[in-house]
Design a protein around this ligand. Structure first.
Ligand code: ADP
Ligand code: MG
Length: 320
């Protein structure tokens, strides 16, 4: 608006000066012609009066002011509307981020509340019990420690979820990552006598080593958790010109069609996961996994049938 108004003032100044000059020149010319017609030599000095229609000059100036004013109003309205629309558009991602953050905070505090309440209730009940034996007290304490462990792992997971925003990108060997991930999940697998068949070939990905190990641990942990005893988990890799992919296949309970679109959501757990297997979990694993995949510009595909098993295929672009 400032630029437009200044510009208008300049235009107005130049235009009025031109109109004045024009009327002055016209006066001179008419005077010369009159003198020549009367057989007199025109004087070199300009005449002291102007022959102009002053009303016309005033009208031109007035019309100029009105036109410029109108143009400025139009500019004000158009730029106002455009500015409003563009600001809305630029602020949209920020708004989405803030909404997402608020949702995250409310989800997280809701999830933290439930175990905290049960922990508190258990302790209060024991405290009120006048005939509490030492053994019973110990049992309550052991249960409380278990609950506190769960809370700790939940808060660790929440931290992880917030943490994976920016990462280092080193060239890391897929085989090493797979090995380390399998080693981390092995104790859990051995408890259920599940064999993890690791057939990952050598290949390199540009990415964050710890993040990628964590990624495979999340999928392997699920594969073991949601599989019956003595089943098998297959880990393999495939390389093409453009991508390198890792798949994790299990013979477990599978995922129902209706749950598939949601399993990467925060705190989402399919009913079958809650009821059939008595495994702890907060439904955060896959949302962390999705985040790690996203920052590596990768993608993930699921192939699952209830009671048959699940295959997750993660694919990363090969960066040259
Ligand atoms: N390999 C799998 N087999 C069957 N269901 C799975 C598998 N992996 C994930 N799921 C389903 O997806 C849900 C979300 O997984 P995740 O985010 O790791 O949470 P959590 O394991 O803590 O429940 C699980 O609760 C489960 O219902
Ligand atoms: Mg999990």
């Amino acid at each position: 608006m400032f630029v437009s108004v200044s510009f208008s003032l300049v235009i107005y100044g130049v235009l009025t000066r031109e109109v004045d000059r024009f009327s002055h020149m016209q006066g001179l010319r008419i005077e010369r012609r009159m003198l020549i017609e009367q057989g007199l030599r025109p004087r070199n000095q300009p005449m002291s009066f102007k022959i102009v229609d002053l009303d016309l000059v005033r009208e031109v100036k007035q019309r100029t002011i009105i036109m410029l004013g109108l143009i400025n109003v139009i500019i004000l309205v158009v730029s106002g509307i455009l500015g409003y629309l563009l600001a809305g558009k630029t602020l949209q991602p920020i708004k989405e981020m803030v909404d997402e953050q608020n949702r995250f905070i409310s989800d997280a505090s809701h999830e933290l509340r439930t175990p905290l309440t049960s922990l508190k209730t258990a302790m209060e009940v024991s405290l009120r019990d006048k005939n509490l034996s030492l053994n019973e007290a110990k049992k309550t304490i052991i249960e409380s420690i278990g609950e506190a462990d769960n809370l700790q792992s939940l808060s660790d997971k929440l931290l992880q979820l917030a943490q994976y925003q920016k990462i280092n990108k080193d060239l890391v060997s897929l085989a090493i990552i797979a090995n380390e991930a399998v080693n981390k999940v092995r104790p859990l697998a051995q408890k259920k006598k599940i064999i993890i068949n690791n057939k990952v070939d050598n290949g390199e990905i540009k990415g964050d080593k710890q993040g990628l190990i964590e990624l495979l641990v999340i999928f392997l942990d699920n594969a073991v958790k949601y599989s019956p005893e003595k089943s098998k988990v297959f880990l393999s890799s495939k390389k093409t010109d453009r991508s390198i992919s890792v798949s994790i296949k299990d013979q477990g309970i599978g995922i129902e069609k209706k749950d598939l679109p949601h399993i990467f959501d925060r705190f989402y757990r399919a009913d079958s996961a809650r009821s059939k297997t008595n495994t702890g979990g907060y439904g955060l694993g896959l949302s962390i996994a999705k985040k790690i995949i996203d920052i590596h510009q990768g993608s993930v595909k699921i192939d699952s049938a209830p009671k048959k098993g699940t295959t997750f295929a993660i694919s990363f672009p090969v960066l040259s």
